[in-house]
Design a protein around this ligand. Structure first.
Ligand code: FES
Length: 636
Protein backbone atom coordinates (compact mmCIF):
# COMPACT_ATOMS: atom_id res chain seq x y z
CA UNK A 1 0.00 0.00 0.00
CA UNK A 2 1.53 3.25 -1.04
CA UNK A 3 1.14 6.28 1.19
CA UNK A 4 0.43 9.86 0.44
CA UNK A 5 2.91 12.70 0.33
CA UNK A 6 1.64 16.24 0.64
CA UNK A 7 3.96 19.08 -0.15
CA UNK A 8 4.75 22.66 -0.99
CA UNK A 9 6.85 23.96 -3.88
CA UNK A 10 8.28 27.34 -3.01
CA UNK A 11 8.62 29.40 -6.24
CA UNK A 12 10.32 32.80 -6.60
CA UNK A 13 7.01 34.68 -6.39
CA UNK A 14 4.54 32.01 -5.43
CA UNK A 15 4.01 28.75 -3.62
CA UNK A 16 1.97 25.81 -4.86
CA UNK A 17 0.82 22.66 -3.16
CA UNK A 18 0.28 19.12 -4.35
CA UNK A 19 -0.59 15.66 -3.14
CA UNK A 20 0.92 12.52 -4.66
CA UNK A 21 1.21 8.82 -3.96
CA UNK A 22 4.60 8.16 -2.35
CA UNK A 23 7.24 7.34 -3.30
CA UNK A 24 7.08 9.73 -6.22
CA UNK A 25 9.81 11.28 -8.34
CA UNK A 26 10.11 14.98 -7.50
CA UNK A 27 9.84 15.92 -11.19
CA UNK A 28 6.52 14.05 -11.28
CA UNK A 29 5.31 15.79 -8.12
CA UNK A 30 6.26 19.10 -9.73
CA UNK A 31 4.14 18.24 -12.79
CA UNK A 32 1.21 17.52 -10.46
CA UNK A 33 1.73 20.89 -8.83
CA UNK A 34 1.78 22.58 -12.26
CA UNK A 35 5.45 23.54 -11.85
CA UNK A 36 7.37 23.29 -15.13
CA UNK A 37 10.95 22.39 -14.28
CA UNK A 38 13.82 22.76 -16.68
CA UNK A 39 14.24 19.08 -17.63
CA UNK A 40 16.65 19.57 -20.51
CA UNK A 41 18.08 16.04 -20.46
CA UNK A 42 14.72 14.33 -20.03
CA UNK A 43 15.50 13.16 -16.51
CA UNK A 44 18.84 11.49 -17.17
CA UNK A 45 20.49 13.52 -14.41
CA UNK A 46 23.06 15.07 -16.73
CA UNK A 47 21.93 18.65 -17.42
CA UNK A 48 21.51 19.95 -13.86
CA UNK A 49 18.48 21.95 -15.01
CA UNK A 50 16.04 20.48 -12.47
CA UNK A 51 18.03 21.33 -9.30
CA UNK A 52 15.86 22.16 -6.28
CA UNK A 53 16.50 22.80 -2.60
CA UNK A 54 15.01 20.34 -0.12
CA UNK A 55 13.81 22.30 2.90
CA UNK A 56 11.91 19.65 4.83
CA UNK A 57 10.34 16.20 4.62
CA UNK A 58 11.64 12.75 3.73
CA UNK A 59 13.33 12.03 0.42
CA UNK A 60 15.25 9.17 -1.13
CA UNK A 61 17.96 9.15 -3.80
CA UNK A 62 17.48 7.11 -6.95
CA UNK A 63 19.15 4.05 -5.43
CA UNK A 64 16.67 4.04 -2.53
CA UNK A 65 18.88 5.48 0.26
CA UNK A 66 17.13 8.13 2.33
CA UNK A 67 18.63 11.62 1.97
CA UNK A 68 19.71 13.25 5.21
CA UNK A 69 18.75 16.92 5.43
CA UNK A 70 21.18 19.16 7.30
CA UNK A 71 19.45 20.76 10.29
CA UNK A 72 18.19 24.23 9.48
CA UNK A 73 19.76 24.27 6.01
CA UNK A 74 18.66 23.40 2.52
CA UNK A 75 20.05 20.49 0.53
CA UNK A 76 20.35 20.95 -3.23
CA UNK A 77 19.43 17.88 -5.30
CA UNK A 78 18.38 16.99 -8.83
CA UNK A 79 14.64 16.48 -8.75
CA UNK A 80 14.80 13.90 -11.55
CA UNK A 81 16.98 11.72 -9.30
CA UNK A 82 15.08 12.26 -6.05
CA UNK A 83 11.94 10.62 -4.72
CA UNK A 84 9.62 12.15 -2.19
CA UNK A 85 8.56 9.75 0.58
CA UNK A 86 5.32 9.65 2.55
CA UNK A 87 4.43 12.57 4.79
CA UNK A 88 4.75 16.31 4.33
CA UNK A 89 7.51 17.87 2.26
CA UNK A 90 8.78 21.34 1.45
CA UNK A 91 10.90 22.20 -1.60
CA UNK A 92 12.29 25.47 -2.95
CA UNK A 93 12.66 25.88 -6.73
CA UNK A 94 15.36 28.37 -7.80
CA UNK A 95 14.36 30.52 -10.71
CA UNK A 96 16.92 29.09 -13.10
CA UNK A 97 15.39 25.62 -12.65
CA UNK A 98 12.02 26.91 -13.70
CA UNK A 99 10.62 27.22 -17.19
CA UNK A 100 8.65 30.30 -16.38
CA UNK A 101 5.65 31.67 -18.15
CA UNK A 102 7.56 34.93 -18.44
CA UNK A 103 9.53 33.66 -21.43
CA UNK A 104 9.28 36.12 -24.26
CA UNK A 105 7.41 34.76 -27.25
CA UNK A 106 7.87 36.29 -30.67
CA UNK A 107 4.53 36.45 -32.42
CA UNK A 108 5.12 39.06 -35.08
CA UNK A 109 5.83 38.23 -38.69
CA UNK A 110 6.27 41.69 -40.08
CA UNK A 111 8.36 40.68 -43.08
CA UNK A 112 5.73 38.40 -44.61
CA UNK A 113 5.15 39.26 -48.29
CA UNK A 114 1.72 40.45 -49.30
CA UNK A 115 -0.36 37.69 -50.86
CA UNK A 116 -3.87 37.44 -52.31
CA UNK A 117 -6.85 36.42 -50.25
CA UNK A 118 -7.56 33.06 -51.88
CA UNK A 119 -8.03 30.54 -49.06
CA UNK A 120 -8.29 26.88 -50.06
CA UNK A 121 -11.39 26.67 -47.83
CA UNK A 122 -14.60 28.40 -48.91
CA UNK A 123 -18.21 28.63 -47.96
CA UNK A 124 -21.11 28.71 -50.44
CA UNK A 125 -24.67 29.59 -49.57
CA UNK A 126 -26.90 27.42 -51.76
CA UNK A 127 -30.65 27.54 -52.40
CA UNK A 128 -31.44 24.12 -53.79
CA UNK A 129 -34.46 23.04 -55.80
CA UNK A 130 -36.40 20.57 -53.55
CA UNK A 131 -36.80 17.03 -54.90
CA UNK A 132 -39.91 16.14 -56.84
CA UNK A 133 -41.11 13.14 -58.79
CA UNK A 134 -39.44 14.34 -61.97
CA UNK A 135 -36.17 15.09 -60.11
CA UNK A 136 -35.28 12.32 -57.71
CA UNK A 137 -31.59 13.19 -57.25
CA UNK A 138 -30.20 12.76 -53.76
CA UNK A 139 -29.45 15.76 -51.57
CA UNK A 140 -25.68 15.33 -52.01
CA UNK A 141 -26.08 15.22 -55.83
CA UNK A 142 -28.22 18.34 -55.61
CA UNK A 143 -25.42 20.10 -53.64
CA UNK A 144 -22.75 18.93 -56.09
CA UNK A 145 -24.87 20.16 -59.02
CA UNK A 146 -25.26 23.58 -57.38
CA UNK A 147 -21.51 23.80 -56.75
CA UNK A 148 -20.85 22.92 -60.40
CA UNK A 149 -23.07 25.81 -61.45
CA UNK A 150 -20.95 28.07 -59.19
CA UNK A 151 -17.88 27.06 -61.23
CA UNK A 152 -16.40 24.29 -59.08
CA UNK A 153 -14.61 22.11 -61.63
CA UNK A 154 -12.86 18.78 -60.99
CA UNK A 155 -14.02 16.06 -58.68
CA UNK A 156 -16.34 17.04 -55.82
CA UNK A 157 -16.16 14.59 -52.94
CA UNK A 158 -18.71 14.28 -50.16
CA UNK A 159 -17.28 12.13 -47.40
CA UNK A 160 -19.44 9.87 -45.28
CA UNK A 161 -19.73 12.49 -42.55
CA UNK A 162 -21.17 15.03 -45.02
CA UNK A 163 -23.64 12.45 -46.33
CA UNK A 164 -24.71 11.63 -42.77
CA UNK A 165 -25.40 15.26 -42.01
CA UNK A 166 -27.33 15.73 -45.27
CA UNK A 167 -30.55 15.14 -43.33
CA UNK A 168 -30.44 18.80 -42.40
CA UNK A 169 -30.96 19.79 -46.04
CA UNK A 170 -34.72 19.21 -45.92
CA UNK A 171 -34.87 20.68 -42.41
CA UNK A 172 -33.20 23.79 -43.72
CA UNK A 173 -35.84 24.07 -46.43
CA UNK A 174 -33.05 23.51 -49.00
CA UNK A 175 -31.28 26.72 -47.98
CA UNK A 176 -27.89 25.81 -46.64
CA UNK A 177 -24.22 26.68 -46.46
CA UNK A 178 -21.61 24.25 -47.71
CA UNK A 179 -17.95 24.42 -46.66
CA UNK A 180 -15.56 23.05 -49.27
CA UNK A 181 -11.81 22.67 -49.32
CA UNK A 182 -9.76 22.31 -52.47
CA UNK A 183 -6.92 19.82 -52.57
CA UNK A 184 -4.99 18.52 -55.60
CA UNK A 185 -7.68 19.53 -58.10
CA UNK A 186 -10.57 18.01 -56.12
CA UNK A 187 -13.10 19.70 -53.82
CA UNK A 188 -14.01 18.08 -50.52
CA UNK A 189 -17.27 18.96 -48.79
CA UNK A 190 -16.44 19.23 -45.09
CA UNK A 191 -19.53 20.81 -43.53
CA UNK A 192 -23.21 21.46 -44.15
CA UNK A 193 -25.06 24.11 -42.10
CA UNK A 194 -28.60 25.40 -42.14
CA UNK A 195 -29.10 28.87 -43.57
CA UNK A 196 -26.46 31.38 -44.58
CA UNK A 197 -23.34 31.17 -42.39
CA UNK A 198 -20.87 32.41 -45.00
CA UNK A 199 -19.83 35.25 -42.69
CA UNK A 200 -18.27 32.79 -40.23
CA UNK A 201 -15.21 31.03 -41.67
CA UNK A 202 -12.02 30.64 -39.68
CA UNK A 203 -8.68 28.95 -39.87
CA UNK A 204 -5.84 28.37 -37.39
CA UNK A 205 -2.14 28.93 -38.13
CA UNK A 206 0.09 27.05 -35.69
CA UNK A 207 3.79 27.35 -34.93
CA UNK A 208 4.77 24.20 -33.03
CA UNK A 209 8.10 25.05 -31.48
CA UNK A 210 10.16 22.77 -29.29
CA UNK A 211 9.67 25.25 -26.44
CA UNK A 212 6.65 27.35 -27.32
CA UNK A 213 3.52 26.91 -29.38
CA UNK A 214 1.64 29.81 -30.93
CA UNK A 215 -1.86 29.55 -32.42
CA UNK A 216 -3.26 32.38 -34.53
CA UNK A 217 -6.99 32.51 -35.29
CA UNK A 218 -7.55 33.83 -38.81
CA UNK A 219 -10.78 35.16 -40.33
CA UNK A 220 -10.69 33.55 -43.77
CA UNK A 221 -13.26 36.01 -45.14
CA UNK A 222 -10.98 38.98 -44.48
CA UNK A 223 -7.56 37.31 -44.35
CA UNK A 224 -6.89 39.01 -41.02
CA UNK A 225 -5.36 37.42 -37.93
CA UNK A 226 -8.03 38.20 -35.35
CA UNK A 227 -6.31 36.84 -32.26
CA UNK A 228 -3.38 34.73 -31.10
CA UNK A 229 -2.44 32.77 -28.01
CA UNK A 230 0.72 31.02 -26.98
CA UNK A 231 1.98 28.72 -24.30
CA UNK A 232 4.82 26.37 -23.59
CA UNK A 233 4.80 23.15 -25.53
CA UNK A 234 3.64 20.92 -22.68
CA UNK A 235 6.08 18.22 -23.82
CA UNK A 236 8.57 20.30 -21.85
CA UNK A 237 7.32 18.72 -18.62
CA UNK A 238 8.80 15.42 -19.81
CA UNK A 239 11.96 16.55 -21.58
CA UNK A 240 13.30 19.78 -22.92
CA UNK A 241 15.25 19.53 -26.13
CA UNK A 242 14.71 17.74 -29.40
CA UNK A 243 17.30 15.00 -28.77
CA UNK A 244 15.82 13.99 -25.43
CA UNK A 245 12.31 13.94 -26.93
CA UNK A 246 13.45 11.58 -29.67
CA UNK A 247 14.96 9.32 -27.05
CA UNK A 248 11.84 9.56 -24.81
CA UNK A 249 9.60 8.73 -27.78
CA UNK A 250 11.49 5.53 -28.57
CA UNK A 251 8.90 3.83 -26.36
CA UNK A 252 5.55 3.87 -28.26
CA UNK A 253 3.54 4.62 -25.11
CA UNK A 254 5.77 7.57 -24.30
CA UNK A 255 5.58 8.75 -27.92
CA UNK A 256 1.80 8.73 -27.55
CA UNK A 257 2.15 10.68 -24.30
CA UNK A 258 4.27 13.35 -26.09
CA UNK A 259 1.67 13.50 -28.88
CA UNK A 260 -1.13 14.06 -26.38
CA UNK A 261 0.91 16.71 -24.56
CA UNK A 262 1.40 18.77 -27.70
CA UNK A 263 -2.01 18.17 -29.35
CA UNK A 264 -4.43 18.04 -26.45
CA UNK A 265 -2.33 19.62 -23.72
CA UNK A 266 -1.13 22.55 -25.81
CA UNK A 267 -2.70 23.21 -29.23
CA UNK A 268 -6.27 22.22 -28.30
CA UNK A 269 -6.10 24.29 -25.12
CA UNK A 270 -5.03 27.34 -27.11
CA UNK A 271 -7.68 26.67 -29.76
CA UNK A 272 -10.42 26.42 -27.13
CA UNK A 273 -9.21 29.62 -25.52
CA UNK A 274 -9.34 31.48 -28.84
CA UNK A 275 -12.68 30.10 -30.05
CA UNK A 276 -14.25 30.75 -26.65
CA UNK A 277 -12.95 34.33 -26.66
CA UNK A 278 -14.64 34.97 -30.02
CA UNK A 279 -17.86 33.07 -29.38
CA UNK A 280 -17.03 30.38 -31.93
CA UNK A 281 -17.46 26.62 -31.96
CA UNK A 282 -14.51 24.36 -32.79
CA UNK A 283 -16.43 23.37 -35.96
CA UNK A 284 -16.20 26.98 -37.18
CA UNK A 285 -12.45 26.50 -37.68
CA UNK A 286 -12.29 24.86 -41.09
CA UNK A 287 -8.57 24.67 -41.84
CA UNK A 288 -5.29 24.44 -39.96
CA UNK A 289 -1.68 24.88 -41.03
CA UNK A 290 1.17 23.68 -38.82
CA UNK A 291 4.85 24.63 -39.12
CA UNK A 292 7.58 23.27 -36.91
CA UNK A 293 10.81 21.35 -36.95
CA UNK A 294 10.70 17.78 -38.23
CA UNK A 295 10.75 16.19 -34.77
CA UNK A 296 7.87 18.36 -33.56
CA UNK A 297 5.73 17.70 -36.64
CA UNK A 298 6.43 13.96 -36.41
CA UNK A 299 5.29 13.93 -32.78
CA UNK A 300 2.27 16.10 -33.61
CA UNK A 301 1.18 13.67 -36.34
CA UNK A 302 1.89 10.54 -34.30
CA UNK A 303 4.83 9.51 -36.53
CA UNK A 304 7.80 7.95 -34.80
CA UNK A 305 10.78 10.36 -34.66
CA UNK A 306 13.19 7.51 -33.85
CA UNK A 307 14.83 7.57 -37.29
CA UNK A 308 15.74 11.24 -36.72
CA UNK A 309 17.89 10.35 -33.72
CA UNK A 310 20.77 8.57 -35.43
CA UNK A 311 22.69 8.43 -38.70
CA UNK A 312 21.40 8.60 -41.44
CA UNK A 313 18.67 10.76 -39.77
CA UNK A 314 15.78 9.39 -41.80
CA UNK A 315 12.33 10.86 -41.13
CA UNK A 316 9.15 8.86 -41.72
CA UNK A 317 8.18 11.56 -44.22
CA UNK A 318 9.38 15.00 -45.18
CA UNK A 319 5.94 15.71 -46.69
CA UNK A 320 3.40 14.40 -44.16
CA UNK A 321 -0.32 15.04 -44.58
CA UNK A 322 -2.60 16.68 -45.19
CA UNK A 323 -4.52 14.87 -42.49
CA UNK A 324 -8.12 15.24 -41.40
CA UNK A 325 -8.36 17.04 -38.06
CA UNK A 326 -10.42 14.19 -36.58
CA UNK A 327 -7.58 11.76 -37.24
CA UNK A 328 -5.15 13.94 -35.31
CA UNK A 329 -7.67 14.74 -32.53
CA UNK A 330 -7.30 18.43 -33.19
CA UNK A 331 -10.19 20.45 -31.74
CA UNK A 332 -11.48 21.98 -34.97
CA UNK A 333 -13.96 20.69 -37.57
CA UNK A 334 -13.15 16.95 -37.68
CA UNK A 335 -13.33 16.92 -41.49
CA UNK A 336 -11.05 19.95 -41.90
CA UNK A 337 -7.65 19.53 -43.46
CA UNK A 338 -4.55 19.96 -41.31
CA UNK A 339 -1.59 20.89 -43.53
CA UNK A 340 1.84 20.10 -42.14
CA UNK A 341 4.70 22.20 -43.50
CA UNK A 342 7.10 19.97 -45.45
CA UNK A 343 10.78 19.65 -44.51
CA UNK A 344 13.86 19.77 -46.72
CA UNK A 345 15.62 17.22 -44.50
CA UNK A 346 15.57 15.80 -40.98
CA UNK A 347 17.09 18.95 -39.48
CA UNK A 348 16.04 21.51 -42.07
CA UNK A 349 12.41 21.33 -41.08
CA UNK A 350 9.03 22.81 -41.93
CA UNK A 351 9.91 25.87 -39.83
CA UNK A 352 12.82 26.55 -42.22
CA UNK A 353 10.47 26.06 -45.20
CA UNK A 354 8.15 28.66 -43.68
CA UNK A 355 11.09 31.02 -43.04
CA UNK A 356 12.23 30.56 -46.65
CA UNK A 357 8.81 31.46 -47.97
CA UNK A 358 8.44 34.50 -45.73
CA UNK A 359 11.83 36.00 -46.60
CA UNK A 360 11.39 35.13 -50.29
CA UNK A 361 14.72 33.36 -50.59
CA UNK A 362 13.68 31.47 -53.74
CA UNK A 363 12.01 34.46 -55.35
CA UNK A 364 15.00 36.82 -55.52
CA UNK A 365 17.86 37.21 -57.96
CA UNK A 366 20.26 38.38 -55.25
CA UNK A 367 22.10 35.99 -52.95
CA UNK A 368 20.47 35.95 -49.52
CA UNK A 369 21.16 33.95 -46.38
CA UNK A 370 18.68 32.67 -43.81
CA UNK A 371 19.59 31.32 -40.39
CA UNK A 372 17.30 30.07 -37.63
CA UNK A 373 19.39 29.48 -34.49
CA UNK A 374 18.18 26.81 -32.09
CA UNK A 375 19.76 23.62 -30.77
CA UNK A 376 20.31 22.98 -34.45
CA UNK A 377 20.92 26.08 -36.52
CA UNK A 378 19.08 25.77 -39.83
CA UNK A 379 20.91 27.55 -42.63
CA UNK A 380 19.75 28.17 -46.20
CA UNK A 381 21.66 30.28 -48.74
CA UNK A 382 20.75 31.05 -52.31
CA UNK A 383 18.46 32.75 -54.75
CA UNK A 384 15.78 31.88 -57.31
CA UNK A 385 18.24 29.68 -59.25
CA UNK A 386 19.73 27.59 -56.50
CA UNK A 387 19.46 26.94 -52.77
CA UNK A 388 21.93 25.21 -50.44
CA UNK A 389 20.82 24.14 -46.95
CA UNK A 390 22.46 22.56 -43.95
CA UNK A 391 21.88 22.04 -40.25
CA UNK A 392 24.60 23.00 -37.80
CA UNK A 393 24.46 20.94 -34.58
CA UNK A 394 25.30 23.90 -32.35
CA UNK A 395 23.86 22.35 -29.19
CA UNK A 396 21.75 24.16 -26.64
CA UNK A 397 24.40 26.60 -25.29
CA UNK A 398 22.70 29.67 -26.78
CA UNK A 399 19.48 28.50 -25.13
CA UNK A 400 21.35 28.62 -21.85
CA UNK A 401 21.82 24.89 -21.31
CA UNK A 402 25.02 23.25 -20.12
CA UNK A 403 26.46 26.50 -18.70
CA UNK A 404 26.97 27.47 -15.05
CA UNK A 405 24.63 30.42 -15.28
CA UNK A 406 22.69 29.89 -18.52
CA UNK A 407 18.94 30.23 -18.72
CA UNK A 408 16.24 30.86 -21.30
CA UNK A 409 15.21 34.35 -22.33
CA UNK A 410 12.71 34.58 -19.47
CA UNK A 411 12.13 36.96 -16.58
CA UNK A 412 15.35 37.27 -14.57
CA UNK A 413 17.67 36.59 -17.51
CA UNK A 414 20.50 39.02 -18.27
CA UNK A 415 19.76 39.82 -21.90
CA UNK A 416 22.42 42.42 -22.65
CA UNK A 417 25.84 43.05 -21.19
CA UNK A 418 28.40 45.88 -21.55
CA UNK A 419 31.99 46.27 -20.34
CA UNK A 420 33.67 49.67 -20.53
CA UNK A 421 37.20 48.42 -19.73
CA UNK A 422 39.21 45.61 -18.25
CA UNK A 423 38.63 46.54 -14.63
CA UNK A 424 35.31 48.35 -15.02
CA UNK A 425 32.19 46.89 -13.39
CA UNK A 426 29.83 45.32 -15.92
CA UNK A 427 26.53 46.90 -16.88
CA UNK A 428 23.65 44.68 -17.83
CA UNK A 429 19.91 44.62 -18.36
CA UNK A 430 17.57 41.97 -17.00
CA UNK A 431 14.36 40.79 -18.63
CA UNK A 432 11.56 41.97 -16.37
CA UNK A 433 13.86 44.49 -14.66
CA UNK A 434 14.30 42.46 -11.44
CA UNK A 435 17.47 40.99 -9.94
CA UNK A 436 19.26 38.57 -12.29
CA UNK A 437 18.90 34.79 -12.04
CA UNK A 438 21.12 33.81 -14.98
CA UNK A 439 22.19 34.83 -18.49
CA UNK A 440 20.29 34.02 -21.70
CA UNK A 441 21.72 33.60 -25.23
CA UNK A 442 21.93 37.26 -26.23
CA UNK A 443 23.59 38.14 -22.89
CA UNK A 444 26.09 35.32 -23.35
CA UNK A 445 27.02 36.57 -26.84
CA UNK A 446 27.41 40.09 -25.45
CA UNK A 447 29.58 38.83 -22.60
CA UNK A 448 32.01 36.92 -24.84
CA UNK A 449 32.23 39.75 -27.38
CA UNK A 450 32.69 42.50 -24.80
CA UNK A 451 35.15 40.51 -22.67
CA UNK A 452 37.22 39.86 -25.81
CA UNK A 453 37.00 43.47 -26.96
CA UNK A 454 38.39 44.87 -23.69
CA UNK A 455 40.99 42.11 -23.19
CA UNK A 456 39.39 40.10 -20.37
CA UNK A 457 39.59 36.98 -22.52
CA UNK A 458 42.03 36.02 -25.23
CA UNK A 459 41.36 34.83 -28.74
CA UNK A 460 41.41 31.29 -27.32
CA UNK A 461 38.69 32.17 -24.81
CA UNK A 462 41.02 32.12 -21.76
CA UNK A 463 41.23 34.85 -19.16
CA UNK A 464 44.29 36.91 -20.03
CA UNK A 465 47.19 37.40 -17.61
CA UNK A 466 46.42 41.12 -17.61
CA UNK A 467 42.82 40.46 -16.62
CA UNK A 468 43.82 37.97 -13.91
CA UNK A 469 46.06 40.67 -12.43
CA UNK A 470 43.80 43.69 -12.83
CA UNK A 471 40.18 42.62 -13.14
CA UNK A 472 38.54 42.35 -9.71
CA UNK A 473 35.71 40.28 -11.16
CA UNK A 474 37.89 37.27 -11.93
CA UNK A 475 37.72 34.72 -9.13
CA UNK A 476 38.95 31.22 -8.56
CA UNK A 477 36.34 28.57 -7.83
CA UNK A 478 37.24 25.33 -6.14
CA UNK A 479 35.61 22.39 -7.84
CA UNK A 480 36.66 18.78 -7.26
CA UNK A 481 40.04 19.78 -5.91
CA UNK A 482 40.70 21.93 -8.97
CA UNK A 483 40.73 25.73 -9.18
CA UNK A 484 38.58 27.10 -11.99
CA UNK A 485 38.83 30.76 -12.97
CA UNK A 486 35.49 32.46 -13.46
CA UNK A 487 34.17 35.96 -14.16
CA UNK A 488 31.64 37.15 -11.60
CA UNK A 489 28.85 38.99 -13.37
CA UNK A 490 26.82 39.49 -10.21
CA UNK A 491 27.73 38.66 -6.59
CA UNK A 492 25.33 36.43 -4.63
CA UNK A 493 23.72 39.30 -2.73
CA UNK A 494 22.69 40.99 -5.98
CA UNK A 495 21.05 37.90 -7.52
CA UNK A 496 17.49 36.74 -7.54
CA UNK A 497 17.84 34.02 -4.88
CA UNK A 498 20.61 35.81 -2.97
CA UNK A 499 22.41 32.48 -2.52
CA UNK A 500 24.84 32.02 -5.39
CA UNK A 501 26.73 34.47 -7.62
CA UNK A 502 26.26 34.53 -11.39
CA UNK A 503 29.53 33.33 -12.86
CA UNK A 504 30.92 32.51 -16.27
CA UNK A 505 33.77 30.02 -16.21
CA UNK A 506 36.41 29.35 -18.86
CA UNK A 507 34.60 26.09 -19.52
CA UNK A 508 31.36 28.00 -20.21
CA UNK A 509 33.26 30.22 -22.64
CA UNK A 510 34.71 27.14 -24.35
CA UNK A 511 31.19 25.68 -24.73
CA UNK A 512 29.98 28.92 -26.31
CA UNK A 513 32.98 29.04 -28.66
CA UNK A 514 32.24 25.50 -29.78
CA UNK A 515 28.61 26.41 -30.49
CA UNK A 516 29.46 29.56 -32.43
CA UNK A 517 32.28 27.70 -34.21
CA UNK A 518 29.87 25.08 -35.55
CA UNK A 519 27.47 27.74 -36.79
CA UNK A 520 30.08 29.93 -38.45
CA UNK A 521 31.85 26.96 -40.08
CA UNK A 522 28.48 25.68 -41.35
CA UNK A 523 27.79 29.11 -42.86
CA UNK A 524 31.21 28.99 -44.56
CA UNK A 525 30.50 25.53 -46.00
CA UNK A 526 27.08 26.58 -47.29
CA UNK A 527 28.62 29.63 -48.99
CA UNK A 528 31.43 27.53 -50.42
CA UNK A 529 28.97 25.04 -51.91
CA UNK A 530 27.08 27.95 -53.42
CA UNK A 531 30.34 29.25 -54.86
CA UNK A 532 30.22 32.72 -53.28
CA UNK A 533 31.80 34.58 -50.38
CA UNK A 534 30.20 36.53 -47.51
CA UNK A 535 30.89 39.79 -49.37
CA UNK A 536 28.37 38.70 -52.02
CA UNK A 537 25.48 38.51 -49.55
CA UNK A 538 22.69 40.96 -50.29
CA UNK A 539 20.64 40.33 -47.15
CA UNK A 540 21.19 38.11 -44.10
CA UNK A 541 17.93 37.01 -42.45
CA UNK A 542 17.87 36.01 -38.77
CA UNK A 543 14.75 34.04 -37.87
CA UNK A 544 13.24 32.99 -34.55
CA UNK A 545 12.79 34.46 -31.09
CA UNK A 546 16.45 34.23 -30.05
CA UNK A 547 17.60 36.21 -33.11
CA UNK A 548 15.40 39.13 -32.11
CA UNK A 549 17.57 39.89 -29.06
CA UNK A 550 20.99 39.50 -30.68
CA UNK A 551 23.19 42.58 -30.95
CA UNK A 552 24.64 42.08 -34.47
CA UNK A 553 27.84 43.98 -33.60
CA UNK A 554 28.58 41.66 -30.68
CA UNK A 555 27.58 38.58 -32.70
CA UNK A 556 30.16 39.62 -35.33
CA UNK A 557 32.82 40.44 -32.72
CA UNK A 558 32.30 36.98 -31.28
CA UNK A 559 32.68 35.46 -34.74
CA UNK A 560 29.19 33.97 -34.76
CA UNK A 561 27.93 36.02 -37.70
CA UNK A 562 30.10 37.02 -40.68
CA UNK A 563 31.79 40.42 -40.78
CA UNK A 564 29.52 42.10 -43.30
CA UNK A 565 27.78 45.47 -43.40
CA UNK A 566 25.62 45.36 -40.23
CA UNK A 567 22.75 46.94 -42.16
CA UNK A 568 22.36 43.70 -44.11
CA UNK A 569 21.23 41.78 -41.02
CA UNK A 570 17.44 41.60 -41.09
CA UNK A 571 15.30 40.16 -38.30
CA UNK A 572 12.55 38.02 -39.73
CA UNK A 573 10.44 37.59 -36.59
CA UNK A 574 8.43 34.39 -36.26
CA UNK A 575 8.81 33.15 -39.86
CA UNK A 576 7.32 29.80 -38.91
CA UNK A 577 4.04 31.39 -37.82
CA UNK A 578 4.16 33.83 -40.73
CA UNK A 579 4.43 30.97 -43.23
CA UNK A 580 1.58 29.06 -41.56
CA UNK A 581 -0.60 32.19 -41.74
CA UNK A 582 0.13 32.80 -45.43
CA UNK A 583 -0.60 29.17 -46.38
CA UNK A 584 -3.96 29.54 -44.69
CA UNK A 585 -5.11 32.56 -46.67
CA UNK A 586 -3.57 31.87 -50.09
CA UNK A 587 -3.86 28.49 -51.77
CA UNK A 588 -0.95 29.38 -54.07
CA UNK A 589 1.36 29.54 -51.03
CA UNK A 590 0.10 26.15 -49.89
CA UNK A 591 0.73 24.70 -53.35
CA UNK A 592 4.23 26.14 -53.53
CA UNK A 593 5.46 24.71 -50.22
CA UNK A 594 6.32 21.16 -51.37
CA UNK A 595 8.37 22.62 -54.26
CA UNK A 596 10.10 25.04 -51.89
CA UNK A 597 10.95 22.28 -49.38
CA UNK A 598 12.34 20.10 -52.17
CA UNK A 599 14.39 22.92 -53.72
CA UNK A 600 17.49 23.14 -51.48
CA UNK A 601 20.41 20.83 -52.03
CA UNK A 602 21.06 19.70 -48.45
CA UNK A 603 24.73 19.30 -47.58
CA UNK A 604 25.93 17.00 -44.81
CA UNK A 605 28.67 18.89 -42.98
CA UNK A 606 30.42 15.79 -41.66
CA UNK A 607 31.01 14.61 -45.21
CA UNK A 608 32.81 17.82 -46.16
CA UNK A 609 36.54 17.40 -45.46
CA UNK A 610 36.98 21.18 -45.05
CA UNK A 611 34.36 21.49 -42.31
CA UNK A 612 36.56 20.32 -39.43
CA UNK A 613 39.35 22.75 -40.36
CA UNK A 614 36.88 25.62 -40.62
CA UNK A 615 35.32 24.61 -37.30
CA UNK A 616 38.70 24.45 -35.54
CA UNK A 617 39.54 27.98 -36.70
CA UNK A 618 36.05 29.24 -35.88
CA UNK A 619 36.44 28.27 -32.22
CA UNK A 620 38.83 31.24 -31.79
CA UNK A 621 37.75 34.83 -31.24
CA UNK A 622 36.67 36.12 -33.64
CA UNK A 623 38.32 33.40 -35.78
CA UNK A 624 41.66 31.66 -36.17
CA UNK A 625 41.78 33.37 -39.56
CA UNK A 626 41.54 37.07 -38.56
CA UNK A 627 41.39 38.14 -42.23
CA UNK A 628 37.74 36.94 -42.17
CA UNK A 629 36.93 39.65 -39.59
CA UNK A 630 38.65 42.82 -40.79
CA UNK A 631 36.51 45.15 -38.64
CA UNK A 632 37.08 43.26 -35.38
CA UNK A 633 40.23 44.38 -33.59
CA UNK A 634 41.54 42.55 -30.51
CA UNK A 635 42.22 44.64 -27.38
CA UNK A 636 45.65 46.27 -27.21
FE1 FES B 1 17.34 16.44 -14.07
FE2 FES B 1 18.46 16.98 -16.45
S1 FES B 1 19.42 16.70 -14.53
S2 FES B 1 16.37 16.77 -15.96
Amino acid sequence: MRDKAKGIFELPHDRVECEVQAPCLLTEAAVRAGVILNVACGGKGTCGGCAVDLLGGRFAADGGAEIALPAGAARRVLSCQTHVLAGEFHVRVPRHSLVEAGEEIVMDFAHAPSVSLRPPVRKEYLRLRPPELRDQRGDIERIIGALRRRGYAGEIIAPHAAARSAGLVARAAYKLTVTVVGDHGAWHIIRLEEGDTTGCLYGAAVDVGTTTVVVTLVDLNTGKAVDAASSYNQQIIRCDDVASRISYASDPQRAQELRELVVDGTVNRLLRLLTHRHGLAGDDVAHMTVAGNTVMTHLFCGLSPTGLGAVPFAPISNFPGPYRAGLLNVAINAQAFVDIFPSAAAYVGGDATADMYVCGLARRDELNVLIDIGTNAEIVVGNRDRLIACAAPAGPAFEGHGLSCGMRAAAGAIESFRLGGLSDPPRYTVIGGDKPAGVCGSGLIDFVAQAFAVGVISSAGRFTDRARARCPRIRKLRRNEAEIPAYEIAPAEQTDDGLAPILITERDIATLLQAKGVIYAALQMAMKHFGKGFADIHRFYLAGGFAKHIDPDNAVTMGLLPDIDRGKFTFLGNGSLGGAFLALIDEDVRRELPHLAAAPAVIELNLDPEFMDAYTLAMFLPNGDPSLFPTVKPAK
